[in-house]
Design a protein around this ligand. Structure first.
Ligand SMILES: [Zn+2]
Length: 408
């Protein structure tokens, strides 16, 4: 069953943009052969018949098309650094945030907003959040990324400035709030937590309840290729977003989402573009009449370990239920394509918390069929190790659930 976030009538005028995007993609020699048909005016069925665009295809197209500054500046950003080879995406002045702000206003003039998305290194989130805050007319503290040793002093400063809002990737926000909770820092004025870049982490709620009990989450969903696709409010579930009217979301029969931009200013040729996220179109409990999409996360949660599927997200969820564990991450080591070891890294939930890693290891090993079968002859190849820091992407602050390492 395939479904669109817009009716044919609502999508109609925007499909002119999709037709132009199709012509641009067709002008790329490496892709031209994939698009034999044309796109009828107002026909969503024909759109659904076009081949989906994967990250590599988009990279090929952008290398050929090289969007130029026509009406405004052209910014270059890098994407894909967390889960694949880096790719380039483009955005004009304002990062399309005026359109986002017209439909979603988490911030207002009275807010003091901390922008904790990392700036620089060609990562776009800090700049788009800055554009949104600028449109909101609030006070902005452009903090960017901060090293762990600096959290204490900054938290003191932020409390003194009576900050009302903070934004960042959930991985980074979790470090902030876990630190604040463990050290007794409080942000009593904080009411809003903006997030983008990863799925919301439910464990954040417990830290927020202690550090900033009045804070509520406001989420954006998107990518460096599509820019912001949808948003939600504290009244929506954390995995449900309302697509913006110039973003056409399609849930394909195979359960994957793809995105087509209907915004004439869009520089990236986004036509049935797949981020790799699975999802579905749904209603939302907030009662807003517009369509909503539930994002079910990447389909790549299962990896092959000696011919058996290991569900990485499940293993992490299990480890993170262990008392004293703040976060967990799976590191798979391979040699010539064969798994030589699986390690679960665990980050303690603050100073003094000492999870019982030996017991956790026994439990995970015993209860996980893939692990106790794949490593039955070398059980020592499955380890659980406490660490001070998970393996992160220094550029985006994101922490991938799975890190694959080639053994030399
Ligand atoms: Zn909603």
């Amino acid at each position: 069953m395939t479904a669109f976030s817009l009716t044919p009538e609502a999508a109609g005028p925007g499909l002119r943009v999709a037709r132009r995007t199709l012509e641009r993609l067709r002008s790329v020699p490496a892709l031209a052969g994939r698009y034999p048909g044309h796109l009828d005016a107002g026909s969503l069925e024909r759109l659904a018949e076009l081949p989906p665009l994967a990250k590599d295809d988009l990279n090929t197209a952008l290398a050929h098309l090289e969007p130029a500054a026509e009406r405004s500046a052209t910014w270059l950003f890098q994407s894909g650094g967390s889960t694949g080879a880096p790719k380039v995406g483009y955005a004009p002045t304002g990062f399309y945030m005026a359109g986002v702000h017209a439909h979603w206003q988490p911030l207002d003039r009275t807010d003091v907003f901390v922008n904790a998305w990392g700036a620089g290194r060609m990562w776009g989130a800090h700049f788009l959040a800055a554009a949104l805050a600028d449109l909101s007319g609030c006070r902005i503290i452009a903090l960017g990324s901060v090293a762990r040793e600096e959290y204490g002093a900054w938290l003191e400063f932020l409390a003194a400035r009576r900050v009302t809002a903070i934004g960042g990737t959930p991985s980074v926000l979790r470090l902030w709030f876990a630190h604040a909770r463990a050290t007794g820092s409080r942000l009593p004025s904080l009411r809003k937590v903006l997030w983008l870049g990863e799925a919301w982490q439910p464990q954040l709620e417990a830290d927020l309840a202690a550090v900033a009990p009045r804070a509520e989450r406001w989420g954006m969903f998107g990518s460096t290729e599509t820019w912001v696709v949808g948003t939600n409010t504290p009244h929506c579930p954390a995995d449900v977003f309302h697509p913006l009217p110039d973003q056409l979301v399609h849930a394909d029969a195979d359960g994957l989402l793809d995105f087509t931009t209907l915004n004439p200013e869009m520089l990236n040729p986004v036509l049935r573009y797949r981020t790799g996220d699975a999802g579905e179109l749904t209603g939302c409990r907030c009662g807003r009449p517009e369509p909503a999409m539930r994002v079910l996360g990447r389909r790549d949660s299962v990896v092959q370990v000696r011919g058996l599927g290991l569900d990485v997200d499940e293993l992490i969820a299990r480890a993170e239920r262990e008392p004293g564990v703040a976060r967990a991450q799976v590191v798979l080591t391979e040699r010539d394509g064969r798994a030589t070891g699986v390690e679960v890294l665990v980050l303690a939930a603050g100073r003094g918390a000492a999870p019982d890693v030996e017991r956790l290891r026994e439990e995970l090993f015993g209860d996980t069929f893939t692990l106790n079968t794949a490593f039955q002859h070398d059980p020592g190849s499955f380890r659980v190790r406490p660490v001070d820091e998970l393996v992160g992407n220094g550029r985006t602050g994101k922490t991938a659930a799975l890190v694959v390492r080639e053994e030399s």
